[in-house]
Design a protein around this ligand. Structure first.
Ligand SMILES: [Zn+2]
Length: 452
């Protein structure tokens, strides 16, 4: 006797399904059934067709279906400096004559964050970490586009204007304002839409935060739970400043103040002595690895050493683009240069950009692979793209040849938020036009006329 099919919300089919589960299950002509935001079934398309009666269906012809990508460190309003900062300086906060965060209005931050979030979504990032000034604007941008996001403020007490000229002036007023902004963000946005938007604390860096401020963030983050996001050993200036101030290295300082632990997601981790690497590894921190940004600054982070010492590695684009696939192959290339040998492979860095990122964020049971019970976050790539041929093991061509532009459909929490390259919940063209207008006016203020 044939059983009646069970109603479900969505059935996603695909020529090829890469689950990235523990068994590395791959299936051709497969399907994923979704109900109540979660994956309820995965298997051969004909079997799922018989078992489920979906309200909505994606036919998945000529498509590869895989888990959404997890991008663990960004500052979307900094999109305004992209394409210029790379040839002028390194981190915007330390660079004069470019638009600065303290020039932005909240509306500007929202316009620029929307651009960044749109780009991340368009490139298949389904879970993104973002922190900056006006974090409420970043949360709203992510919420509007349908992204899963972890948002934080940018806590610091170094005066931004002094910092761009290389001086450190710690101001209690600046610190309190940034703490208030992060606290208000958590109050307003943490847990939004069934937990799709989560909020954490983010002290900017060991040099831009005084010891007192770091101690205060440590206390607040302990009470709040979640992750702590920061920059660590990003610049020689940071290491020198912390050493002059406290006689410690930045990791030693964070350790002393209770911040160096498995909840810490530290971007960059470049300028580290072997003892720092050991300390970070033992503490089980996560490194938010940004190989492209590091390389543009002429630097390579000791990622393999950190990993061997026990640190977790996750990936980020750090606002240089939304393309985490590009980041994966850069991670491989930079470590092969650093180690003068064939370290790392496609499958490992794909894991960093999916499951490891999810685990770092405490979302290991929630996203990062396609498995029954997990939230339905998945991306579809067009396998007619010449960049995706030849498909042999499923991973090599994806990491070494594909790009975010091959993503054409994105499902987050069981909802189709990008269809045929277009966002379904917002007007993508309007986001782009508004961001260009805001950027043009900010660059004009920095003394630079834009061509558009
Ligand atoms: Zn950063």
């Amino acid at each position: 006797m044939m059983l009646e099919p069970t109603p479900c919300d969505l059935l996603v089919m695909g020529d090829l399904i890469l689950t990235l589960d523990a068994q590395d299950s791959v299936m051709s002509n497969g399907a994923v059934a979704v109900a109540d935001r979660r994956i309820v079934d995965i298997g051969p398309a004909d079997e799922l067709h018989a078992r489920w009666a979906p309200a909505e269906m994606i036919d998945g012809k000529d498509r590869i279906v895989m888990p959404g990508l997890v991008n663990v460190h960004n500052h979307t309003p900094l999109m305004v400096t992209r394409g210029m900062i790379e040839d002028i300086g390194f981190a915007p906060m330390y660079t004069p004559s470019i638009p600065q965060g303290h020039w932005l209005t909240e509306d500007d931050a929202f316009a620029l964050s929307s651009l960044g979030m749109y780009e991340l979504l368009r490139a298949g990032c389904t879970t993104v970490v973002d922190y900056y000034r006006y974090p409420g604007a970043c949360a709203r941008a992510a919420a509007d586009l349908g992204l899963r996001a972890v948002i934080a403020g940018r806590v610091h007490d170094a005066e931004p204007a002094a910092l761009t000229t290389g001086r450190y002036e710690y101001s209690r007023a600046v610190g309190e304002e940034s703490l208030r902004e992060n606290a208000e963000l958590i109050e307003r946005w943490n847990g939004h839409d069934g937990g799709r938007i989560r909020c954490d604390w983010a002290p900017h860096a060991p040099d831009t935060c005084s010891d007192d401020l770091l101690r205060e963030v440590s206390r607040l983050a302990e009470r709040h739970g979640g992750n702590i996001h920061t920059h660590l050993c990003q610049l020689p200036l940071e290491v020198e400043t912390v050493a002059a101030r406290s006689g410690l290295t930045p990791p030693q300082l964070l350790d002393k103040l209770g911040l160096l632990n498995e909840r810490l997601i530290a971007a960059h981790c470049i300028h580290m002595e072997p003892a720092d690497i050991e300390l970070c590894g033992r503490a089980g921190i996560t490194v938010a690895h940004a190989p492209i940004g590091n390389a543009k600054g002429g630097r390579i982070a000791p990622i393999m050493e950190l990993r061997e010492a026990g640190a977790r590695i996750a990936l980020c684009t750090d606002t240089s683009s939304g393309d985490l696939i590009e980041t994966m192959r850069w991670a491989i290339a930079m470590q092969r240069i650093n180690r003068q040998g064939s370290v790392l492979d496609a499958r490992t860095v794909l894991d960093w950009g999916t499951r490891e990122g999810a685990r770092a964020l405490g979302l290991g049971e929630v996203v990062g692979s396609l498995e029954i019970g997990k939230r339905a976050d998945m991306i579809l790539l067009d396998n007619r793209s010449p960049s995706l041929v030849p498909m042999v093991d499923g991973y090599g061509v994806l990491v070494h040849s594909a790009s975010g532009h091959d993503v054409d459909t994105v499902v987050i929490d069981g909802r189709v938020v990008l269809a045929n390259g277009h966002p379904t919940l917002v007007d993508g063209d309007a986001i782009v036009a508004r961001a260009q207008a805001v950027a043009s006016s900010l660059w004009q203020r920095a003394g630079r006329r834009t061509v558009q």
